[in-house]
Design a binder for this molecule. Structure first.
Ligand code: FAD
Length: 326
């Protein structure tokens, strides 16, 4: 089989992450356009059951890096195992999600293999001469750059929700290969002994279709309860501006923006958020934006599809009541 378009399939708790299904779906289109096979790489411990899922989203071939040493993500072990596999098989492209893992792993692979990297990509163009052209936002989303990677594999991290997930073909056959896990002992600098999961019934911020975020206008930690209620009514996630995080009202894993998570839900509700450019960089790609702010001049209204000038403490409970009726 030729070298291929490789997708790093991220899994959590034995399930393939949505972002990986998005990249696999797009990868299938790229593979068809370039004539390359689509190859999924799954790393972890006891992950062979995930191969069929990767196949149903378009993978022609699946490499399993199955080892207790890869049970938990660590930079060293994953870099070592993946770099060796890439060096041996020489793929044409290697695409990862722009997730916590992807953002950590891709630069390490680039450094280890001496290749270029396009990070936080939102679109991929197939060019007959330049192979893959990556579109990525720059200057906090004020402009786009188009990046061509001259080295191989063409390495990139892809932002969540950049591509739709295609319909799975559950009958699709694939070739599953148990790859040799070859980890250099010198790379095992960290061993993760335990991971404590925060159990929540809400979807992950970057994967949610509905996000309601609070800013400095929330005024206190306990007031986030009204946003949680709204989020739970519609099965969404709660986010925050940096001002709310810096005030200690909500954990920083919920920060949306340039230095937080980048989200693109179907509906984003910004409550008591002024609309600083660094916040917009993290939510401006949402399909619909509702802004609730008592200041009619707040810049958030420039990006909002629907603006409500008013006190969030009155508006949010009314919105919750209306959503409850649906
Ligand atoms: P403010 O700007 O203070 O706005 C509060 C808003 O609440 C006001 O518009 C006010 O009218 C409204 N309000 C008050 N009370 C009510 C009420 N009762 N009802 C309705 N509205 C009300 N920010 C981020 O969010 N994410 C980032 O990732 C991020 N990264 C940054 C990185 C850098 C390098 C820098 C320099 C800054 C970054 N910031 C980020 C900070 C950013 O510049 C803003 O300071 C921040 O977004 C402001 O948060 P805010 O809108 O909640 O607060």
């Amino acid at each position: 089989m030729p070298k291929g378009i490789w997708i790093f399939v991220e899994q959590a708790d034995g399930k393939v992450r949505k972002i990986s299904l998005e990249i696999l779906s797009q990868g299938r289109k790229i593979a068809d356009l370039t004539g390359e096979p689509l190859v999924a790489v799954i790393a972890g411990d006891g992950i062979s059951n995930l191969a069929q899922e990767a196949a149903s989203y378009g993978a022609d071939q699946v490499f399993l890096l199955d080892s207790p040493q890869l049970a938990q993500y660590t930079t060293g072990a994953y870099t070592s195992a993946l770099a060796k596999l890439i060096q041996e098989k020489e793929p044409q492209a290697f695409l990862l999600g722009h997730t916590a893992v992807g953002k950590d792993l891709a630069p390490r692979l680039a450094q280890r293999l001496g290749i270029g990297l396009a990070s936080d990509v939102i679109d991929i163009e197939v060019d007959p001469e330049k192979f893959l052209l990556y579109k990525r936002p720059v200057y906090t989303g004020s402009a786009y750059s188009f990046v061509e990677i001259l080295s191989r594999p063409s390495l990139a991290t892809v932002r969540a929700k950049s591509f739709p997930i295609s319909e799975p073909d559950l009958a699709r056959q694939t070739e599953v290969i148990e790859a040799t896990v070859n980890i250099d002992p010198a790379d095992l600098k960290v061993i993760v002994k335990d991971v404590a999961l925060i159990v929540t019934s809400r979807p992950a911020l970057t994967e949610a279709d509905f996000v309601v975020s609070g800013g400095r206008g929330m005024k206190a930690e306990e007031n986030f309860a009204i946003l949680e209620k709204l989020a739970d009514v519609v099965g969404g996630a709660v986010g925050a501006s940096r001002a709310a995080v810096d005030s200690g009202w909500i954990d920083n894993q919920f920060q949306v923006g340039q230095t937080g998570s980048i989200v693109a839900p179907t509906l984003y509700v910004a409550c008591g958020i002024s609309g600083a450019i660094q916040h917009i960089a993290g939510m401006g790609a949402s399909k619909y934006i509702i802004a609730i702010n008592k200041d009619p001049e707040a810049p958030i209204f420039n990006v909002a599809d629907y603006g409500i000038v008013g006190d969030l403490f009155e508006v949010v409970p009314l919105l919750t009541e209306e959503f409850q009726k649906l």
